[in-house]
Design a protein around this ligand. Structure first.
Ligand SMILES: [Zn+2]
Length: 474
């Protein structure tokens, strides 16, 4: 038995590096897709959420054929066809399938002190179980990242539609490589560092690594502009600019991990198209807020992941979806912390996460008010579970002053627009012609965001998903 693991990959990538033991897979949810006979489904007499107008229209019928929404009409206006599968929408609201703009597919979610191996297919199922039908993964360090995305697209694996950057780019001792060098003995760190992120320190290296990712099929390029631990190195604006500029010549946009206001400004000046975190290390100065807004770049504020790190030493109080998708044994394994557990070089960073809880909520409220488009993203990591964590994130947005309808838009229409990149909208709205990725929930989530977790049906690509929660049977 011999295992080598990185304990912590804060706001980063996969945890596992090598394992000669074959780990027991953790219990996970199971799903099956049901294709309606005749490929036609009607969701009848349902309240339909309009993600553009932020209104709910009651008593509607939504007709789905194959993988597309073909009509949205008042109940009674549709001609019924023999063989159509009818789903009752009574007492329920239909929203577009959710989009997580900071998901991770090849990562682990157990306690930081435990060994773990990523189970990407279980992660994909957990997303779908929770109503997440599209995921943007800004950092999948596994060799299978692009192939897995394509397998999902071809229907060979059940999962949300994936957009992925593949492995992220950073400077030699930048996040997350800096975490490895801080936490892992040097004799093995040299081996692990290139597996979590590719180092680029010059413009030439930036160009050749962007080319490599573009050739491999990346949907975007991810760079890290942050210091974790707090005294580590950070990518320069010159190198970041070389990345974003060259990526554009390859038809790709660049997205950036950031920490401070200055990181956000430097990323924007370099030409990135998206901040995949909010400013989490400090209160955004008033004068910088308007400046950030002028860049016209959306921000994925990822409150939940930092809040979870702030609560890292506390037990997890599971939400309904966490109880349904995460085994009790895993939930219990977060507490108590082992006596000999030492955060080492990360202690300062964790202390900062604790100190900035209110500042971060306030930053989200202020960037929203300043007119920056906030996209919902959860950043799956230790204790931040794929699917349920997006629901937590939406509750955080409401806590930061979003109306529930605005929060849902941040996980539907707005990210769909970003992903469409000025092309035709594929999803994010309930309208004829769009992909039939839908979430039917009890009650009205525009009144209570928590209603989004009371899922009656998930429709993925025109398939009704049969969802079986995790089994906690011994
Ligand atoms: Zn991340």
């Amino acid at each position: 038995m011999y295992r080598l693991v990185i304990l912590f990959t804060v706001t980063a990538t996969c945890a596992l590096i090598a394992s000669c033991a074959s780990p027991q897979p953790k219990p996970s949810v199971s799903l099956s897709l049901v294709r309606a006979t005749g490929d036609t489904i009607v969701i009848q007499n349902v309240s339909v959420f309009d993600s553009e107008a932020l209104t709910v229209s009651p008593n509607m019928d939504v007709l789905i054929q194959r993988d597309r929404i073909v009509a949205v009409l008042p109940t009674g206006d549709l001609q019924s066809t023999a063989g159509t599968k009818v789903i009752s929408g009574e007492g329920a609201t239909l929203v577009p399938g959710l989009i997580d703009m900071h998901g991770h597919i090849s990562t682990t979610t157990g306690p930081t002190w435990e060994f773990g191996t990523p189970d990407p297919e279980a992660i994909l199922r957990s997303y779908v179980y929770s109503g997440v039908t599209t995921v943007f993964d800004p950092a999948d360090a596994s060799d299978e990242a692009f192939e897995r995305r394509d397998q999902v697209a071809r229907g060979e694996i059940i999962g949300p539609r994936i957009y992925t950057t593949g492995k992220m780019l950073t400077c030699s001792d930048g996040h997350p490589r800096s975490l490895v060098s801080a936490l892992v003995p040097a004799w093995i760190a040299w081996y692990i560092e290139p597996q979590v992120a590719t180092a680029i320190d010059t413009e030439d290296e930036a160009i050749s690594e962007v080319d490599a990712l573009a050739d491999a099929g990346a949907d975007a390029i991810k760079i890290a502009i942050d210091r974790i631990p707090l005294d580590s190195e950070r990518m320069t604006v010159t190198v970041a600019t070389a990345v974003a500029t060259h990526a554009r010549t390859r038809g790709l946009r660049t997205v950036a991990h950031i920490g401070t206001t200055q990181d956000a400004i430097d990323a924007a000046e370099a030409g990135v198209a998206l901040w995949v975190h909010g400013v989490y290390k400090e209160r955004i100065p008033e004068e910088s807020l308007a400046k950030l807004a002028r860049y016209g770049i959306p921000m994925v504020t990822t409150s939940e992941v930092f809040d979870r790190y702030a609560r890292a030493l506390e037990p997890i109080v599971p939400t309904k979806l966490e109880r349904e998708t995460v085994s009790q044994a895993v939930l219990d394994s977060f507490y108590p912390t082992p006596d000999d557990f030492d955060l080492g070089a990360l202690q300062g960073w964790l202390d900062l996460a604790v100190d900035t809880v209110d500042v971060r909520t306030d930053n989200v409220r202020r960037v929203h008010e300043a007119g920056i488009t906030v996209l919902a993203g959860s950043d799956v990591q230790s204790g931040v579970f794929p699917g349920p964590s997006l629901h937590r994130e939406l509750a955080n947005l409401v806590k930061a002053g979003f109306t529930p309808a605005e929060a849902i838009r941040a996980a539907t229409l707005d990210p769909a627009r970003f992903l469409a990149d000025n092309g035709a909208l594929e999803t994010g709205k309930i309208a004829a012609g769009l992909r039939a990725d839908l979430l039917l929930v009890e009650g009205d989530p525009t009144q209570d965001i928590g209603a989004l977790a009371n899922i009656r049906e998930v429709v993925l690509n025109g398939n009704v998903v049969e969802r079986t929660p995790v089994s906690n049977a011994p």
